[in-house]
Design a protein around this ligand. Structure first.
Ligand code: NAP
Length: 284
């Protein structure tokens, strides 16, 4: 069967140019290409930033084929290459020769329930539970059924190790080596007074046997805001939100030189090379 490459891209001009180049090159090499996921899709290419990859994975319902990210966005923590023609040729050759590695990213499985109904969501980075309309969130938290705290503050982030470098890090959480399968609970502006007592630092749990339950306390408002990998949803009269590690994982295709801590150094500390980036973005 002829293999298909599914290509998702944001609307940036550079992304659209790259998409055209990738389509031409893959079709010349005997593949079909499409925007939708097909049963013969063997790879999903995401062109854009990390946000584009997170959206593509959600929209395609976390398929069981590898993703490959090309960064035309700002940070590009998930990306393997920049929009440079030589890098694209190297990637296509490596893919055809099967000369690559695949990283498995654990997903969070989130069950959101009210008195009568429950719905399931998945996250690559994190679940954020916040108060509606900037009100203080009051959230009872349990781990494996054991009461831990009643959090009061802006909200709680439950992050995977993949998401540890995203919102979790900005909120003061720790960067976690992505070989560790954990769930990190990071408070956003916790209140710690005589009136309300909350943990003020992150809590890290082993992902394989931990289930985190959050029960919102309704004081002024019965609405809560959940943000899953950046996508906002408001819910009314939720009884509980249960989060655990899912059985399925998302696959990321890695070229030979991927190393997590080097990626952290390059993306967080190394001085950004504007000239080099501009040169690479000048693809015809
Ligand atoms: P977004 O604009 O798509 O992303 C915000 C920033 O987070 C972007 O620079 C993005 O990279 C980067 N990012 C995403 N996942 C990352 C990861 N695993 N490691 C390191 N950086 C990562 O924002 P959005 O659409 O609202 O939400 C998408 C994600 O952004 C969320 O899952 C959340 O983690 C993160 N976020 C962060 C903050 C914060 O730091 N205060 C606030 C809201 C959301 P690109 O530039 O390559 O897209």
């Amino acid at each position: 069967m002829i293999k298909n490459i599914t290509i998702r891209s944001n609307e940036l001009e550079i992304s659209q140019k790259i998409k055209k180049v990738i389509i031409e090159k893959f079709e010349k090499a005997g593949f079909t290409t499409s925007e939708d996921f097909h049963e013969n899709t063997s790879l999903v290419i995401s062109i854009g930033g990390d946000g584009s990859f997170l959206r593509a994975a959600r929209e395609l319902d976390f398929p069981d084929v590898p993703f490959f990210c090309i960064n035309t966005g700002h940070l590009g923590f998930f990306a393997e290459i920049l929009p440079d023609e030589k890098e694209i040729d190297y990637f296509i050759k490596s893919f055809i020769d099967e000369d690559y590695a695949v990283s498995l990213l654990p997903l969070l499985e989130i069950d959101i329930s009210n008195e009568v109904h429950s719905e399931r969501e998945y996250a690559i980075n994190e679940l954020v539970v916040r108060g509606n309309r900037s009100r203080t969130a009051h959230l009872q938290m349990f781990v494996n059924g054991n009461y831990m705290e009643t959090f009061s503050g802006d909200g709680l982030i439950i992050s995977t190790s993949t998401g540890s470098t995203a919102y979790n890090y900005s909120a003061g959480g720790s960067i976690v080596d992505n070989r560790l399968e954990i769930m990190q609970i990071t408070p956003i502006s916790p209140i710690s007074t005589n009136a309300f007592r909350s943990f003020t630092s992150s809590i890290i749990l082993p992902a394989f046997d931990s289930e985190i339950t959050i029960k919102p306390e309704w004081k002024f408002d019965n609405m809560i805001l959940l943000v899953i990998d950046g996508e906002e949803k408001r819910y009314q009269n939720i009884t509980d939100i249960k989060t655990r590690q899912a059985n399925k994982k998302i696959k990321l295709l890695r070229l030979d030189d991927y190393e997590f801590w080097n990626r952290v150094y390059v993306k967080f500390l190394k001085t950004y090379d504007y000239k080099e980036n501009e040169r690479r973005n000048n693809i015809k």
